[in-house]
Design a protein around this ligand. Sequence first.
Ligand SMILES: Cc1cc2nc3c(=O)[nH]c(=O)nc-3n(C[C@H](O)[C@H](O)[C@H](O)COP(=O)(O)OP(=O)(O)OC[C@H]3O[C@@H](n4cnc5c(N)ncnc54)[C@H](O)[C@@H]3O)c2cc1C
Ligand code: SF4
Length: 560
Amino acid sequence: MKTYDAIVIGSGISGGWAAKELCEAGMKTLVLERGRDVVHLKDYPTATMAPWEFPHRLDLTEKFKEENPLITKAAGFDESTKHFFIRDADHPYVQEKPFDWIRGYQVGGKSLIWGRACPRWSKYEFTAPARDGYGIEWPIGYDDIAPWYSYIERFAGICGNKDGLEAMPDGDYLPPFEFNCVEKDLQKKISAKYKDRFMIHGRWAQLTEVRDIHKRQGRTNCQARDLCMRGCPFGGYFSSNSSTLPWAAATGNLTIRPFSVVHSVIYDEQKNKAVGVRVIDANTHEIQEYFARILFLNASALNTNLILLNSTSNRFPNGLGNDNGLLGKFICHQNYRGSVGGNIDGFEDVYYYGRKPAECMMANFRNLKKKEMDFVGGYMAFMGCYRRRGATTDGPQLGEDYKKALSEAGSWGCYMYMQGETIPKETNRVWLSRDKKDQWGIPLLVTDVAYDQNDELLLKDFLQQASETLSHGGVKNIEQFDNHWAPGRDIHEMGGCRMGRDPKTSLLNGWNQLHHCKNVFVTDGACMTSTANQSPSILYMALTARAAGFAVSELKKRNL
Ligand SMILES: Cc1cc2nc3c(=O)[nH]c(=O)nc-3n(C[C@H](O)[C@H](O)[C@H](O)COP(=O)(O)OP(=O)(O)OC[C@H]3O[C@@H](n4cnc5c(N)ncnc54)[C@H](O)[C@@H]3O)c2cc1C
Ligand code: SF4
C-alpha cells in the first residue's frame, strides 16, 4: 500500500501517541521509522541478565569507547543498554560548536531509554518568556493543555503525590514511590526552613499501581528493579513499545515500516498542501514515496528540523513552511550542569528495600510569578538520599578487610542536580550542510548551539541555593560540581519550528499545524516555544494527542 489517511514520521514518544490517537479515530496510519523493529518483550535481550552474565560486567571496551566517543557519553549507556542507541560512525553531523546529539534509532525511539520524569508545566512557564522578554508568547496556556496532561497520565500511568504546588501542578497520579527514612527527614527540615522550596515525590512514568487501562495494554506493576533502560518485561514503565504502538496496532489501522529513512515531505504546488513523504530504505537505499491526507512529524526535535529544511519546493525553497526564515532557529535545551552532594550522619540502623526507579524532585522557586533574579527562567532539581556500599575502613582498600566491609552498608549520602531552563535564541540554530551528506545522500545537520551568560548565572544560583538548602537539611561536607557538559547531553533539545500566534515569528499555530501548510503537524520537541524547567516529554505527548484529535475533526469538516 502506498496511500494512507495519515503518515507519522518517527515511532518514539510522540510518534507513538500520534499513531495511537489517529488509529483509534479510524485513520489508516503509516508509521515510518528509520531504525529496526523492537517488539515489546521479544526484543529486550538484556532485561533479565545479571551483571556477571555480561562479558564485561556492564562495562564497555576501550575500543568501543574510542569508536563511539559521542554516544557513550549518554546517561545510562552501558553494556546492557547499548543496543538501543546509535553508533557514532553511522550517523554523523557537523558541530559548529560542541553539541552532543544523543539518539536512539529504532521502533520506540528514545521511549525505551528515557528517564521517565513527567512533571507538569505550571501556567507560569507558558507566560514567562513574553512576560520577562526572553521569548515570544505561547499560543496556548496551561488550561488548554491540562485536560490532555490528565489524558496522558491516566493511560501512560504516572506516579506522584498531590502536593498542591503552583510551580508544579498535580496530575492524575498513581501512588508515589515512598521516600526512604532519610529523605523523609530531609523533607521535614527543608519545609521547616523554607516557605517556597518543596521537596516532593517525583512524578514518573512507572506503574506503582496497575489499573484496568494498563491491564488492557498488557502491562503490570513496576517491580522496582531499576533496570528500565533495558526494556521492561513487566511493562512497568511507559514506552511506545509497551503501550501506544501495540494499542494502535490492535485497532487494525496501523502499519509500521521500520528501516524507512524519511528524506523529505512532498509538497504539491497545485493542491497547496503536502501530499506525502519521500523515503529511503535504510538497507537497500531504494527510494519510495508514500501518500496521505495529513502528516505528523515526530522524528525528534532536530531530525524534524532536518526533514523540514530538506523539504524544498518552488513554493518553499528554504524548507517546508519556512517563509519567515526562522526554521532551524531558536533551538534550546536544558541546563544540567550543576550538582551538589554531601554526607548525612546517623541513620546507620535503618535501610531501604528494592531499587526505586525514581528520584525526589524540588519544584522551581525562581522567577515564578515575576522576574526576581539577575537571570531569567527557572530550574527544578532532582534529588535523593542513598546508603553507600561498604562500611568505612581505615587503611588500604583491598584484601579481606575490604571484602568484609563491602558486605556492610556504608554511610548515607545525599545529592541534588539541576534541570534549568535555557533561553530560545535566534543564534542557537541548526541548518543543512551544503557539501556533506550521510550514507543515504541526505545533507548532514549542522548544530550551532551554545550556553550564554544567563545559563552561567542560573547555574551559579543553583549551586549556591542547592548547597544552602541541603545544609539546612543536615547534609555535611557539601561539594559543588559543574560538569561543563556541552549542550545536547541533557537529551532535551527543543525548538527550531516553534509554535506562536504570529506567522512572522513562528512556524506553527496553536494546534501544531504549519502556518503555511496546514495538513502538516509538528508535535515533537521541535514545536517548543520555550523550554521551561520541567522535563519536556509528557508535554510532547499531550500536544500530540491534542493535535491528533484536532486533525481528525478538521479532516471530518473537510478543512484539510
Ligand atoms: C537517557 C535519557 C533520559 C531521558 N530522560 C527523560 C526524562 O526523564 N523525562 C523526559 O521528559 N524526557 C527524557 N528524555 C528525553 C526523551 O527521551 C525525549 O524527549 C523523547 O524521546 C522525545 O520524543 P520524540 O518522539 O520527539 O523522539 P524519539 O523518542 O527520539 O523518537 C523519534 C523517532 O524518530 C525516528 N526518526 C528520526 N529521524 C527519522 C527519519 N528521518 N525518518 C524516519 N524516522 C526517523 C527515530 O529513529 C526515533 O525512533 C531522556 C532521554 C534519554 C536518552
Ligand atoms: S524498575 Fe519497574 S519499570 Fe523499571 S525495569 Fe524494573 S519493573 Fe520495569
